[in-house]
Every structure is written in structure tokens, then in C-alpha cells.
Design a binder for this molecule. Structure first.
Ligand SMILES: Cc1cc2nc3c(=O)[nH]c(=O)nc-3n(C[C@H](O)[C@H](O)[C@H](O)COP(=O)(O)O)c2cc1C
Length: 200
């Protein structure tokens, strides 16, 4: 679910689905703290001044009706690429004013889809929920209403017999892939359709 090689643009003015794993062909880094986006009266106020492959993507996001981010969980957080992307996307919009404001030119519903190897029970126990809540709060500050969706107990390897991973029961994993994963995909699709219909 989370490994497309490119961000999928379902329809430019309708729904932008950004999935970052596998964006190895895009050249971008995290925020470099240049503060051009925070410099009052500057030409980059409220915009990221760094010129790299994210620039056209930020333009597409400004034109979109809804935004969905997706990331697998790596060591308890989103991928490094997703972190870098979020720094660059969100920092220019959220102001340091009191109270903070958003410089994003409109309201836009957003969602975040997470996939992970662990079960829902382990996720609760290990405190991942706090990360999801933090990301949701950040997206709300920048764009407006936001929701999160989790896909648990993913089928990580194409062939479990070829990897050293005896912690997992391949049959149980395969069953879940067959029976639950398609429902997860349907839920994700429904979220996308709902967000795209939600007025900003
Ligand atoms: C470097 C790395 C670290 C990972 N760390 C975690 C983790 O901390 N918790 C977890 O549940 N899954 C972890 N996983 C498993 C991925 O989350 C899992 O493979 C992913 O959800 C599968 O979805 P995908 O098919 O969309 O990649 C890790 C995988 C990799 C490659």
C-alpha cells in the first residue's frame, strides 16, 4: 500500500495523494532553517525558499482540494523522508505569532495513513498514538480538519520463508493480508473520497 514510486495525483484539482516511501528519485532535504519563510516583507514569506524537487509539489498542494499523507512506521515514527517533507511543507505556513496562525491560503481537509508491522494492541502499548496525534494537530494548525488512519500487522515480506524473522507466523500474516488488508484499503479509499468532497 505504501510503496508507490511516485506520488499519485488522482486529479489535480480534486485529490492529491502524497505517499512518500520510494521517493528515491526526488531530490529534497529537510528544512535548513534559513527563515526566508519567516522574514516579514520578504518574497518568500509563508513559502519555502529552497529550490528543489518539492517546489512543484507544494504548488500542487496549494491547488488541491484535499491532501493525504502516508508513511510506513520505521522505528516508531514516520520515515525520514516523510519527516523532511513535513518540515518543508508545514514550517512556512504555521506562524510564530501569538496565537499561531496559518498562512496557507485556504482551508483544506487532510488525512494521514500509517502502516505498521505491529498489532493495534502493541501500537497502544508502545505509545505510537502520541505521534499520530501530534501529526494530526500540526496538519490541523496548517490546513484545518484532519484525520488519521492506521493499517496494522502488515505483510512485510514477499516470502517469509526467505528471511530470518521467526517472530512472525507467516500463515497468520498471510491470512490477515487476505482478509483484513483489503478492508484497510477500502477504508483508505473511502477516506480519500470523503475528504475530497469535504468543503475546506
Ligand atoms: C527500517 C524499518 C523499520 C521499521 N520499524 C518498524 C516499527 O518500529 N514498528 C512497526 O510496526 N513496523 C516497523 N517496520 C515495518 C514497516 O512499518 C512495515 O514494513 C510497513 O508497514 C509495511 O508497509 P508497506 O508494505 O506499505 O511498506 C519497519 C520497517 C523498516 C524497513
Amino acid at each position: 500500500m505504501m510503496n508507490p514510486k511516485k506520488p499519485g495525483l488522482v486529479s489535480p484539482a480534486f485529490l492529491l495523494l502524497v505517499v512518500l516511501t520510494g521517493w528515491n528519485d526526488l531530490n529534497f532535504k529537510g528544512c535548513i532553517s534559513c527563515f526566508a519563510c519567516k522574514t516579514g516583507g520578504g518574497k518568500s514569506y509563508g513559502r519555502c525558499a529552497v529550490k528543489d524537487d518539492l517546489r512543484p509539489i507544494f504548488k500542487q498542494i496549494e491547488a488541491a482540494d484535499a491532501l493525504i499523507l502516508g508513511s510506513p512506521i520505521y522505528f516508531g515514527i514516520v520515515t525520514g523522508e516523510m519527516r523532511s517533507f513535513m518540515e518543508r511543507l508545514l514550517f512556512p505556513y504555521v506562524t510564530y505569532t501569538d496565537p499561531p496562525q496559518s498562512l496557507f491560503p485556504k482551508k483544506m481537509p487532510t488525512g494521514f495513513i500509517y502502516t505498521m508491522n505491529i498489532t493495534e494492541e502493541m501500537m497502544q502499548e508502545w505509545g505510537y498514538q502520541q505521534l499520530f496525534d501530534n501529526n494530526q494537530r500540526l496538519l490541523q494548525m496548517a490546513f484545518g480538519a484532519s484525520e488519521s488512519l492506521c493499517c496494522f500487522d502488515t505483510y512485510q515480506f514477499k516470502d517469509y520463508s526467505k528471511v530470518v524473522a521467526d517472530r512472525f507466523d507467516p500463515e497468520k500474516k498471510a491470512r490477515r493480508r487476505r482478509e483484513v488488508f483489503p478492508q484497510d484499503c477500502d477504508t483508505a479509499l473511502a477516506m480519500g473520497a470523503r475528504l475530497a468532497r469535504t468543503p475546506g
